[in-house]
Design a protein around this ligand. Structure first.
Ligand SMILES: Cc1cc2nc3c(=O)[nH]c(=O)nc-3n(C[C@H](O)[C@H](O)[C@H](O)COP(=O)(O)OP(=O)(O)OC[C@H]3O[C@@H](n4cnc5c(N)ncnc54)[C@H](O)[C@@H]3O)c2cc1C
Length: 387
């Protein structure tokens, strides 16, 4: 590693670890600084679409991330009468799996460590400069050829570089939890589905994760004070979704509430310091792609920097990377935000809108474009993983 270019990364989440693994595999000397005392995933289960699976394959992390994971065959929306609005088959070439976030994070951690990256926990970044520097709460500073802010929605790196253009928070938010999975929880005919149930502005998303746990997301506007209570009002939610009362009844104390952020930046880098993942382009979770975009962008960044031998070449490579990747990320952000608008439609109008939108091939293409996207670097990295 003596002559290797060096990268320092703020944040050991999905974006930071995928970037660390990808850069380290191409010969960079990489150190990740994570604020928490251990790498810990917030949230419960996570959807990973074809594009995210390809990134994991390219990094050699896919088997671990998807071991025992649920792979659904249909994504279904139901109305307030438990009638199917739309049940879209998920084609074999556009895989979708759901796994535990902790499992996904561990697979990326292992990929990063196996590639030679170092991970320092309990280290909070409080600032950055365009000269590849990160500043820590301890008063220390680290310098490298490249600094990366993958420090999430409230990114200190983004703030320090003055890159933020828009940070909007949604009216809608989600209670997220895992419940123990039981044999007859979901009728056999529905067992291979992801089921999104609507009732007014309340939604219950049922996501099998593996044979141990099922992920429930209960979404509503943040003004719906009773529904958003983290001591879940089981009576209220069961009244809205009586067919799933047996699942709601099993919700325990571990429930988190959060609204969603949309972040847009005037640029993704300044000098030799770059931001990616939620720090640069957070999006609502309606398409299940925020994590996919973070990992995909990390792989693309390492691809853009592959073969570079001097610090001076870095800013141009960062600019080129942004030019190539920004469009797909912003497309996904836009359509994920648009999908969220159906929350505020009356039930019958929502059903009509979903039905006709999904029947329209152009709309379906827009929604699944990110899932169908082949991540930059996939082929090159995948070839080097298997060789
Ligand atoms: C309700 C909900 C459901 C979602 N579902 C999905 C889904 O199904 N599929 C999907 O792909 N995406 C989903 N997402 C989006 C996904 O969670 C994010 O896009 C993804 O986690 C972004 O990864 P990241 O690494 O950029 O940021 P994060 O995951 O937020 O990681 C940032 C890391 O940086 C650390 N950190 C923060 N500040 C500092 C600091 N100052 N110094 C050092 N370290 C710091 C944090 O502790 C954390 O470890 C969902 C989001 C929400 C809100």
């Amino acid at each position: 590693m003596g002559n290797a270019l060096t990268a320092i990364i703020a944040g050991g989440g999905l974006g930071g670890l995928a970037t660390a693994a990808a850069l380290a595999r191409t010969g960079w000397d990489v150190t990740v600084y994570e604020r928490q005392n251990e790498l810990r995933a917030t949230g419960s289960g996570i959807y990973i679409w074809e594009n995210g699976l390809k990134v994991l394959e390219a990094l050699g992390a896919c088997d671990k991330a998807s071991d025992g994971a649920f792979q659904g065959t249909h994504f279904e929306q139901r109305d307030n009468q438990n009638q199917i609005i739309e049940s879209a088959a998920i084609p074999a070439g556009r895989r979708l799996i759901t796994t535990e976030r902790s499992q996904l994070l561990a697979s990326l951690r292992d990929a990063a460590l196996d590639a030679g990256a170092r991970i320092m926990t309990g280290t909070e970044v409080i600032g950055a400069t365009p000269r590849g520097e990160l500043q820590f709460s301890s008063g220390a500073t680290a310098r490298a050829d490249l600094a990366i802010g993958a420090d999430g929605v409230w990114s200190k790196v983004r703030q320090a570089l003055g890159l933020e253009q828009v940070h909007e928070q949604s009216l809608e938010g989600a209670l997220r939890t895992m419940i123990p999975a039981m044999k007859d929880d979901i009728p056999a005919a529905d067992a291979s589905k992801y089921i999104e149930n609507w009732n007014g502005t309340r939604r219950l998303l049922i996501t099998p994760v593996n044979d141990r746990v099922t992920y429930l997301a209960l979404t509503c506007p943040s003004t719906d004070l009773k529904a958003k209570n983290t001591t879940v009002d089981k009576g209220l939610w069961s009244a809205a979704f009586p067919q799933w009362a047996h699942l709601i009844e099993r919700i325990g104390r571990e429930v988190s509430w959060g609204v969603y952020s949309v972040i847009k930046c005037r640029a993704w880098s300044s000098g030799r310091t770059v931001i990616l993942g939620d720090a640069a382009h957070a999006q609502p979770p309606n398409l299940g792609q925020g994590g996919g975009m973070a990992m995909q962008n990390g792989l693309a960044l390492a691809t853009a920097l592959w073969g570079i031998t001097t610090q001076q070449q870095i800013p141009d490579a960062l600019e080129k990377w942004e030019q190539e990747e920004r469009e797909i990320v912003e497309h996904c952000q836009k359509w994920s935000t648009l999908y969220g608008e159906v929350t505020f439609l009356p039930d019958d109008v929502r059903a009509t809108v979903i039905k006709s939108a999904m029947a329209n091939p152009w709309v379906a293409n827009q929604i699944f474009r990110a899932a169908n996207h082949i991540p930059t670097g996939f082929e090159t990295f995948a070839a080097s993983t298997t060789s």
